[in-house]
Write a protein that binds this ligand. Structure first.
Ligand code: FDP
Length: 338
């Protein structure tokens, strides 16, 4: 079969009436920016891009040089195209307006420019995550409040994983599709159309070092997975934890599995670890469109009403039946308490 490039795919989606020209351009621009981020990450130490930037982001986390560079690449690429009303990023407290000299569009773009930054310096996969919303009508200068729309309203979401291969996974709400970067040609080529995540799995991803801080239903659930064949689940489970959400999610999108970042006593006051607007929502959209499930352990992530641009939530996502078991344990425990 003839390879289908991302551009061809976007033209087909436009012809099918699933996206408009502005959204198509937006995705092209984001994909082009991610190719530049891939080049920067691939250079490693030779590009002088490893290590700390000496600054902190809005969440008080130390910024790596590549965090800052990736953020600038995405902002710059998206400023002038006329497809955006504003951008928001993990690295900036407030949304970034489009400079007055450029035309404005109707879309809002949010991104985590380089997710999994603790892995940059040790040459383990990192990634970019993005989410696209429509700018509410009549809003010329979008503020944070205009971004605070539930995940169900996302027009598009995607991530790029910078691993042995650079891979883009994308959804417009009509299935989840994967594109692999052909480095020689410089194009993303469709490598899997309509991905389906198996409903059942024997593989889970979680940071086990937080175990003692988890809530009781999480302790029970993971305890049962660890008990394996001899335990109540009657089968052995395997564990993986890359500590780059993009890489862990990409494994699930490829062969199934579940990813958990639950609430724990250490992070309870901040509501969770992962950010709803540019981590949980886009990943939940991608996972659901591939037949998986995504909850906070209690509610469907995509139905949450966000209250802050950098709000954090617990994240349970992946193979549907397994996410349902973990969610059921939490709801059951809440019911027993209430
Ligand atoms: P990081 O802080 O390195 O950017 O976005 C948060 C995140 O990485 C996820 O990519 C990753 O899944 C998780 O945090 C790793 O958390 P731990 O440090 O608890 O392992």
């Amino acid at each position: 079969m003839k390879p289908v490039s991302l551009i061809q795919f976007l033209i087909e989606e436009r012809r099918a009436g699933r996206i408009n020209a502005e959204l198509s351009l937006l995705i092209e621009v984001v994909a082009r920016a991610c190719k530049r981020i891939a080049v920067a990450t691939n250079k490693g130490a030779l590009g002088g891009v490893l290590g700390e930037a000496g600054t902190g982001n809005i969440q008080g986390e130390a910024q790596k040089k590549l965090d800052v560079i990736s953020n600038e690449i995405l902002l710059e690429a998206n400023a002038w195209g006329g497809h955006l009303a504003a951008c928001a990023s993990e690295e900036m407290e407030d949304p970034q307006p489009i400079p007055d000299m450029y035309p404005k569009g109707n879309h809002l773009l949010m991104f985590d420019p380089l997710d999994g930054s603790s892995n940059i310096d040790v040459n383990i996969s990192v990634g970019t995550i993005f989410s696209v919303l429509r700018c509410p009508d009549g809003i010329g200068e979008p503020k944070a409040e205009h971004f605070l729309q539930p995940g169900t309203t996302q027009l598009a979401a995607g991530y790029v994983v910078y691993g042995p291969a650079t891979v883009l996974v994308l959804t417009f709400g009509h299935g989840t599709h994967e594109f692999t970067l052909d480095r020689e040609v410089g194009s993303f080529i469709l490598s899997r159309r309509d991905i389906r995540i198996p409903e059942e799995t024997g593989e889970f991803a979680i940071n086990m070092s937080n175990q003692r801080h988890w809530e009781a239903p999480m302790q029970r659930y993971i305890g049962e997975l660890l008990a394996g064949k001899e335990g109540p689940r009657g089968k052995d489970f395997n564990m993986r934890w890359v500590a780059s959400m993009v890489a862990d999610v990409h494994r699930i999108v490829t062969r199934g599995g579940v990813f958990y970042y639950p609430l724990d006593a250490k992070i309870k006051s901040q509501g969770g670890k992962l950010r709803i607007m540019y981590e949980a929502n886009p990943m939940a959209f991608i996972i659901e469109q591939a037949g998986g499930a995504a909850t906070t352990g209690r509610e469907r992530i995509l139905e949450l009403q966000p209250t802050g641009l950098h709000q954090r939530v617990p994240v349970f996502l992946g193979s549907k039946k397994e996410v349902e078991v973990a969610t059921h344990y939490h709801l059951e425990a809440d019911g027993a308490q209430g």
